[in-house]
Ligand binder design. Structure first.
Ligand code: GLN
Length: 203
């Protein structure tokens, strides 16, 4: 049965995630308001873009609390770049409340605002070696905290991917590459998670 993935489509690079997910066999729908979010789903993707804008829209639309609650109840989630920032419990130098379900502190625009975009390849634990990584005004993870949040990848000594249970976050943008391994890994996390599939929930 194909997994059904809701992609947060308020702002940023959501179309690229949709294309990638369809390419590897997932069904996809866009989330723009609470009624969309209530649809049965096996996972949620939070795209890159501008985390401040996304946070403002999440609050205004009344999506922030429902998303946080469902993740706490076990909904698998994959956040890239701005998505990673929204999932982090702490953001250096800022205190506004985000989704905040992953035990990590992140630094926004960590590579500088102007020269912040670059591409590299690095290994991602459990996913593979030579994973192409495009960083666009990217954050990195300063600190992975607690015992549940695990580092999956580092670039130049900075953590750029982490996993906590069924939550996955990358500072880079795998949806902009042709390499599908990171998205396949997310679908594998979903297949291994204990939530009933969207299909079953509908019946
Ligand atoms: N710099 C953006 C932010 O702080 C993230 C950039 C991205 O998602 N490509 O929200």
């Amino acid at each position: 049965m194909n997994p059904v993935i809701g992609v947060l489509a308020l702002q940023g690079a959501f179309i690229e995630h949709e294309k990638m997910l369809r390419k590897i066999g997932a069904e996809v729908f866009e989330i723009r308001q609470p009624a969309d979010f209530r649809q049965p789903k096996d996972g949620l993707v939070i795209p890159g873009g501008e985390s401040t804008t996304q946070l403002k829209l999440l609050r205004e639309l009344g999506l922030l609390e429902p998303i946080r609650e469902e993740i706490r109840r076990g909904l698998p989630v994959f956040g890239t770049c701005a998505g990673l920032i929204l999932l982090a419990k702490r953001v250096e130098g800022e205190d506004s409340r985000r989704i905040a379900t992953m035990d990590m502190e992140v630094c926004r625009n960590a590579y500088g605002r102007q020269l912040g975009s670059f591409t590299t390849v690095a290994a991602v634990e459990d996913v593979g070696s030579d994973i192409p990584m495009t960083f666009i005004r990217a954050p990195y993870i300063n600190k992975v905290e607690g015992t549940e949040c695990k580092t999956l990848a580092t670039v130049d000594g900075h953590v750029v991917a982490a996993r906590q249970g069924v939550q996955l976050a990358t500072a880079f943008h795998p949806e902009l590459e042709s390499d599908t391994r990171v998205h396949r890994y997310f679908l594998k996390m979903i297949a291994e998670s204990s939530l009933p599939s969207a299909e079953k929930k509908e019946r």
